[in-house]
Design a protein around this ligand. Structure first.
Ligand code: ADP
Length: 420
């Protein structure tokens, strides 16, 4: 081969390599590789085999279209085949006359009604590990395969290996995503069924024990209080689960009414006065003079606020302070729940609104809860077109803030005052 011819071949290889890298479709890419491989090595045909883990053998990933129906289903064993040898040894192999070679596996020729004379096979390698084989078959005019043919085939093989590897990774990623989606669905179904099925018997337990507490004498009142307290706690957990489930499934709807935030704050904290008193925590509010109104679902806003206040009381030491403030800011009502409790480590702060996230491991933690309170609060606020976030310093305390869009009439009035 003249120098000029060699330069032309290399230029062609370069051109092919450039074009191939823009080829997106996987099968088209492999087909292009084999047609370029036979063209540049002056071979009759070329094919790509890939390792099939399930059968521990090789299968054809790309063959010339005229052989496709005949050999697509043929499997090539790793033992007693030329491709198998190349795969196992991760080395190129040139055989000038396959008939005299005991590794020649005639099944493929038989199926394709084809006659192989000479063969050049190179491994497809990813980080030195074989993943398949690229073969060129029957050099024209019974010529011998050269070192340059080997180099060309190896160049094409390295491109193919990379693309095959990426395709395999992508397939794996898709499978994992599907599996995650399936597990997530199972978990959601479980939460949905469990919270629904637990609600009725729990309601009966609470109803009957409350009734018994009224009619039974002093003697058993403490026991009944314990039953009622714990059943109420269970009810709270189930409510959180089912709120989250409704939100996730899109079943949650907000019934918009005018809601006075100062009134809602006052109503919510009443239910925490006893807990705060028991823990010697001072619970204060500053909800201003203005009657701040939002158009929203009072029940859902109350759930969000209750979850924040409950956490503030739970994670504040004896003698600490919890403070709830509401104030108008342009277009919004800003509600802050501030405590001087244990605070949240900075590495946990970005995750606390995730479902089931808890700072302390559930095995070592001293407080109850399922790591759902904040994700429920977030869902409730975001359903109203609001925003919620937290600021905290470990050992010093936390500040949870949410914004809710102001009632539209009030927002317009505020804007007029601002404009004037
Ligand atoms: P849980 O109901 O289990 O408390 P949440 O979703 O309400 O779950 O809160 C998640 C985690 O965030 C809690 O386990 C707690 O570690 C942390 N956290 C929430 N609020 C506070 C707070 N005010 N002070 C300190 N840590 C808090």
């Amino acid at each position: 081969m003249t120098v000029n011819e060699r330069v032309q071949r290399l230029e062609r290889l370069l051109e092919v390599a450039r074009n191939l890298s823009t080829e997106l479709d996987y099968d088209t890419f492999l087909q292009s590789i084999i047609s370029v491989a036979s063209e540049l090595t002056s071979s009759e045909v070329a094919s790509i085999l890939e390792y099939d883990e399930a059968g521990n053998q090789l299968r054809f990933a790309a063959v010339p279209w005229f052989h496709r129906s005949a050999i697509q289903g043929v499997r090539v064993p790793l033992d007693e085949s030329i491709a198998g040898w190349v795969y196992r040894h991760a080395k190129p192999l040139v055989i000038q006359d396959v008939k005299g070679d005991e590794r020649y596996y005639s099944e493929v020729d038989n199926a394709a009604e084809f006659q192989t004379h000479s063969i050049l096979a190179v491994p497809l390698l990813i980080k030195g590990q074989p993943v398949g084989v690229l073969e060129a078959v029957n050099k024209t005019n019974r010529a011998h395969y050269t070192g340059e043919d080997v180099t060309i085939l190896e160049t094409l093989a390295s491109q193919s290996a990379l693309v095959m590897h990426n395709a395999a990774l992508q397939e794996r990623a898709e499978r994992i995503c599907d599996e995650i989606a399936r597990l997530d669905q199972m978990k959601n179904d479980f939460i949905s069924i469990a919270s629904h099925e637990l609600r009725t018997p729990l309601g009966l337990i609470l109803g009957h024990s409350t009734f018994l507490r009224e009619v039974i004498g002093e003697q058993h009142r403490d026991q009944l209080d314990t039953i009622i307290r714990n059943a109420a706690r269970l009810k709270e957990i189930i409510e959180n689960l089912s709120n989250m489930d409704n939100f996730e499934s899109g079943a949650a709807r907000i019934r918009r009414r005018r809601v006075s935030i100062p009134r809602l704050v006052e109503e919510v904290i009443v239910s925490f006065q006893n807990d705060a008193y028991r823990s010697q925590i001072s619970l204060h509010t500053d909800v201003g003079q203005d009657n701040l109104l939002v158009e929203g679902d009072a029940g859902k806003i109350a759930i969000a606020l209750s979850n924040l206040v409950k956490n503030a009381v739970t994670f504040t030491r004896e003698g600490g302070h919890v403070f709830i403030a509401a104030e108008p800011i342009p277009g919004y009502v800003k509600v802050s729940v501030i405590d001087d409790g244990i605070g949240i480590p900075s590495e946990d702060l970005p995750h606390i609104f995730e479902r089931f996230y808890q700072v302390e491991s559930h095995l070592t933690r001293r407080h109850g809860g399922m790591g759902l309170g904040l994700s429920v609060a977030k869902a409730m606020i975001e359903m109203h077109g609001g925003r919620i976030w937290a600021e905290s310093a470990e050992g010093k305390g936390s500040r949870f803030i949410f914004l809710l869009p102001l009632d539209s009439a009030q927002a317009d009035a505020a804007q007029r005052v601002f404009d004037a």
